[in-house]
Design a protein around this ligand. Structure first.
Ligand SMILES: [Fe+2]
Length: 405
């Protein structure tokens, strides 16, 4: 008790000494604030941010509903560089711990004598607590335009969404500073109020045919701070995290360590005590794009997914919409930006999966509600380009299905 009182008093003093900047803006030189998920988001939260120049005294102040204040010092982590991400910024991350499940906390970042305006996050629930999250496919190009509008509309229409999953290819050219700036604009303010989980795509790590430089995905790894579940050789681009009744397993489908990821996937699925297993991977086991064959993903991941009880696999990469089913698993591919490919059932049908729904030249976002006995997915039409199929209006539900236990 004494420790808690001391912590509270110290923190209250710190909060009093720190003036709130006028106009609700972040202090100069501080930005790109992003909440990301720890492995145990019911009791902890990652908060990360950038500074144009490194500075000591970086911390997060958190206030619980009962007024308890915590101060969490930040650690400096991998920063960006001009050459590989278009800007050389320092990056900081704080892991706020000791939180209560399903609780809304106020927080702000304190940097020396400056502080950001107060924001809030809500911790994840326990295994029995129903929750909803938003899911986006690739955003990739023109993030300041269509993806920004889609993220904004989805966030406003579904303010109760606790979490965001994005299937990767957040940018097109990872060495472009403008692209990262646009992405952060698109993600905000959503990413200051709920955790973002992105599975790294091929573009972030330059697995593309054209000249490219990313410095081993330095931009992505700087901005998106994932958990470390303690697996040998684990990168923070693949991990699992437990939210309410779901374990969410994130894979790096273009990583050079697929054998290690396969072993991790087996363990993550087998050790899951929550009712549902949701897998997020940029490139899924079946290609929704007609001329692609995702044999590499099937070779490494299909067996573990089918043997160890995955329920829903979310992916992108193919710039179209497809839902398919095989061996009790639902596969959902989607796109949330303005880049589109033609789609086909070929890679599904020749590999034993049944495509159940599809759309072309149609961007969607998904609202996914997870309860102990039911997992409900609704895909909303967010944009239709010329030649889009099937007929639908922006705002319509393109697809809706429920998985049951
Ligand atoms: Fe991709």
């Amino acid at each position: 008790m004494r420790t808690r009182v001391a912590l509270v008093v110290t923190a209250v003093l710190a909060a009093v000494l720190v003036p709130l900047p006028a106009g609700g803006a972040a202090p100069p030189g501080l930005g790109r604030i992003l909440l990301t998920s720890t492995a145990n988001p019911a009791t902890s939260q990652f908060v990360s941010w950038s500074r144009t120049k490194p500075r000591g005294g970086q911390r997060v102040v958190t206030v619980a509903p009962d007024g308890t204040v915590r101060t969490t010092p930040a650690k400096r982590k991998l920063g960006t560089t001009e050459r590989t991400a278009g800007s050389g910024h320092a990056r900081y991350v704080a892991k706020v711990t000791g939180l209560r499940p399903s609780t809304r906390y106020r927080y702000r970042i304190v940097s020396g004598r400056d502080a950001t305006p107060w924001r809030t996050f809500r911790t994840a629930g326990r295994a029995r607590d129903t929750f909803s999250f938003l899911q986006f496919g690739d955003t990739q190009v023109d993030n300041a335009e269509l993806p920004a509008r889609i993220i904004d509309r989805a966030s406003r229409r579904h303010p109760g969404a606790r979490l965001v999953l994005q299937a990767g290819d957040v940018v097109n050219r990872p060495w472009s500073g403008r692209e990262w700036a646009d992405l952060h604009r698109a993600v905000n303010p959503s990413g200051q109020y709920r955790s973002w989980i992105s599975s790294i795509g091929n573009h972030e790590q330059c697995d593309v045919p054209s000249p490219c430089r990313s410095g081993d995905a330095r931009g992505f790894r700087s901005y998106f701070h994932g958990p470390d579940n303690g697996f040998r050789g684990q990168r923070r681009t693949w991990y699992f995290t437990d939210h309410g009744p779901a374990r969410i397993i994130v894979l790096d489908s273009f990583g050079s360590d697929l054998a290690r990821q396969r072993d991790f996937l087996v363990k993550a699925l087998r050790s899951n005590r929550r009712p549902w297993s949701i897998v997020l991977m940029h490139r899924g086991p079946f290609a929704a794009r007609g001329d692609r064959d995702n044999a590499t993903m099937r070779r490494w991941f299909l067996d573990p997914l089918e043997k160890h009880g995955a329920d829903l696999v979310l992916s992108g990469h193919d710039h179209s919409y497809a839902r398919a089913r095989k061996a009790g698993i639902t596969y959902l591919t989607s796109v949330s930006g303005p880049k589109y490919y033609d789609t086909s059932a070929r890679d599904f049908s020749r590999n034993g999966a049944t495509r159940q729904r599809w759309a072309e030249r149609t961007s969607t976002y998904q609202v996914i509600t997870v309860a102990r006995s039911a997992l409900r997915v609704r895909s909303f039409v967010a944009h239709r380009a010329g030649g889009a199929e099937p007929d639908a209006k922006v705002g319509d539900v393109l697809d809706s299905f429920t998985l049951r236990r």
